[in-house]
Design a protein around this ligand. Structure first.
Ligand SMILES: [Fe+2]
Length: 317
């Protein structure tokens, strides 16, 4: 590893976010996986998810999320889908906001992007300078260090292909994964991706009295609802084959209501190379909920839902 570029604020010395009372975006900080600690020195990643550019999420919130992201001086921004809400009407706003990021950005699509027209969303992201990984992987150089990024397309709408996404993966490089649906991390861990970023749940949007775990865990069947799950250690100390981070997201698709500390809009910062368990981490790894994989009937219903929405958008064009 060569000498690093001149200093910027150490991760743990960065000021805490001064939350704008109008936007209330939380800043949550974590270290990476032990596999990153072995290869990387202070590579800072900001994770954004579920921005849902559209009528429900005010422009001020979107702009504040970008400002807070840039204030972290990230080396890379990763965005795990649901860029839009229900239509293509806000693609210009999406493009203009993401073009303001002051670091390279890599993303994967979510179910709302597929429902609203995946190709149009991809084009807007391309114009904004965001690299979209559709079941693919790439290697980037950050602060003179190589990082491999695996991007899984959306599993909710049946587009995820972990085998394709990890084809040709190098096992000598530090790696992270992106997947809108967090439960896909189980497959990615098996393929050698130790830390996966995801979204989709919006942390349940109401986390008072752990309501989000009841609704999203027991009723909907998610194993991973919000925050950090799994293990960032290697076997035999590890309790699972990897870790997954589920972001609370920035926007909303239906109502913007968010109640409870965990439910707040969120910018998450991961310092790859830092030691897991430091006191500045927002929380420790949580055990997975029991969860329940979607049945064949549910998958068929989701396929029909996708076709219906696609037809609606084609008819509107
Ligand atoms: Fe979403």
């Amino acid at each position: 590893m060569g000498s690093l570029p001149p200093s910027r604020p150490r991760f743990s010395q960065l000021p805490e976010a001064a939350p704008n009372p109008k936007t209330r975006i939380s800043l949550r900080r974590f270290a990476g996986h032990v596999a990153h600690e072995e290869h990387l020195s202070h590579v800072r990643i900001v994770h954004l998810t579920d921005q849902h550019f559209g009528r429900v999420t005010p422009h001020l919130v979107q702009q504040s999320a970008i400002d807070l992201t840039n204030a972290q001086e990230p080396d890379l921004v990763v965005i795990t889908g649901d860029f839009v809400c229900h239509s293509q009407a806000y693609l210009d706003e999406l493009q203009q906001c993401l073009a303001l990021l002051n670091a390279p950005a890599i993303g994967v699509l979510g179910n709302h992007d597929h429902w609203s027209g995946a190709q149009a969303v991809r084009k807007a992201l391309h114009r904004a300078g965001v690299l979209v990984l559709d079941n693919a992987n790439t290697v980037i150089t950050l602060r003179r260090q190589q990082l491999q990024v695996v991007g899984l397309d959306d599993a909710y709408t049946g587009h995820a292909d972990a085998e394709k996404a990890t084809k040709g993966l190098r096992h000598d490089l530090p790696t992270i994964g992106l997947s809108h649906i967090a439960e896909e991390a189980d497959h990615l861990w098996e393929c050698g991706v130790p830390l996966v970023f995801s979204g989709h749940t919006h942390a349940g949007q109401v986390t008072l009295a752990r309501m989000h775990e009841v609704l999203l865990g027991r009723i909907i069947g998610h194993k991973y609802v919000h925050g950090l799950y799994g293990s960032r250690q290697r076997a035999p100390a590890a309790s699972s084959k990897g870790a997954v981070y589920v972001g609370a997201g920035i926007g909303a698709a239906v109502v913007p209501l968010r109640l409870g500390e965990r439910a707040q809009r969120e910018v998450a910062v991961f310092e790859l190379g830092a030691t897991a368990g430091a006191p500045w981490e927002h929380h420790a790894e949580q055990p997975a909920l029991k969860g329940r994989a979607p049945s064949e009937r549910t998958k068929a219903r989701r396929r029909k839902q996708l076709e219906r929405k696609k037809r609606k958008h084609e008819a509107a064009e």
